[in-house]
Write a protein that binds this ligand. Structure first.
Ligand SMILES: Nc1ncnc2c1ncn2[C@@H]1O[C@H](COP(=O)(O)OP(=O)(O)OP(=O)(O)O)[C@@H](O)[C@H]1O
Length: 222
């Protein structure tokens, strides 16, 4: 079953046509890698699929519902309830502890403080970073930061996990570890995963690869 779909979407930044006419369909439970050279539109496609950005033309559908026409409030709610997002440099809140960062999405969704803290610690344990639960993000290594970012993205049990170069800032050993943990946890959750990556090693873990070239989906590798 198709869970997430872009139909002929276009997006420009000034005179740069980041996406021109991209159509992709992602099935429930799939792990999809979006690859392609720098500037080919990978991140822009991820942002449009995840409702962070709205394409100028075309449509984005999630779970049978058109989402690109929703207003900012509704798209934010959708992201909180159904999506988890991992960015390249974690983007944790520096003033909060690691455990507080991971509990935050649960608190936003209305869960109680104690329950959120308990669930957050469980995810930190699963990502092998429980030892740094009370540290601030600034005290962590790059690999630890990304594992915390994965815990934060998965803590709500999202239907779709989006990751934009989740291992891009890491050496290959740390990158493999983050990716392995992300994919294992996503499979346990039954989450669909969409990963933007430059890294062939990462793409090799995906069920399918969508190759971008100059703002268009140039091919699909099964
Ligand atoms: N916010 C923005 N403002 C202006 N131009 C942008 C913006 N975001 C992306 N672009 C441009 O749109 C094009 C596609 O960018 P995008 O980041 O989607 O590519 P990418 O394939 O993810 O690249 P990279 O691998 O380098 O991250 C590029 O030419 C980029 O410079």
């Amino acid at each position: 079953m198709t869970l997430l779909e872009a139909r002929d979407i276009e997006k420009s930044f000034g005179r740069t046509h980041a996406l021109h006419g991209v159509s992709v369909a992602i099935r429930s439970g799939e792990v999809v890698a979006i690859t392609g050279p720098s500037g080919s539109g990978k991140s822009t496609l991820l942002h449009c699929l995840s409702g962070i950005m709205r394409p100028e033309t075309g449509e984005v559908h999630y779970d049978g519902r058109r989402i690109d026409t929703l207003d900012e409030t509704a798209r934010t709610r959708l992201r909180r309830e159904a999506f988890g997002i991992v960015f390249q440099f974690g983007r944790l809140v520096p003033e909060l502890t690691v455990a507080e960062n991971v509990a935050l999405p649960l608190l936003f969704n209305g869960d109680g403080r104690e329950e959120s803290a308990r669930v957050a610690r469980g995810w930190l344990e699963q990502m092998d970073v429980l030892a740094v639960a009370d540290a601030r993000p600034g005290e962590l290594s790059g690999g630890q930061l990304q594992r915390v970012a994965v815990a934060r993205a998965l803590v709500t049990g999202p239907k779709v996990v989006f990751a934009d170069e989740p291992t891009g800032a890491l050496d290959s050993v740390a990158g493999e570890k983050v990716l392995g943990l992300l994919l294992a946890a996503a499979r346990v959750n039954g989450s669909t995963v969409v990963i933007v990556t430059h890294d062939n090693q990462v793409a090799a873990h995906a069920d399918r690869e969508i190759v971008m070239r100059d703002g268009a989906a140039a091919g699909v590798v099964a």
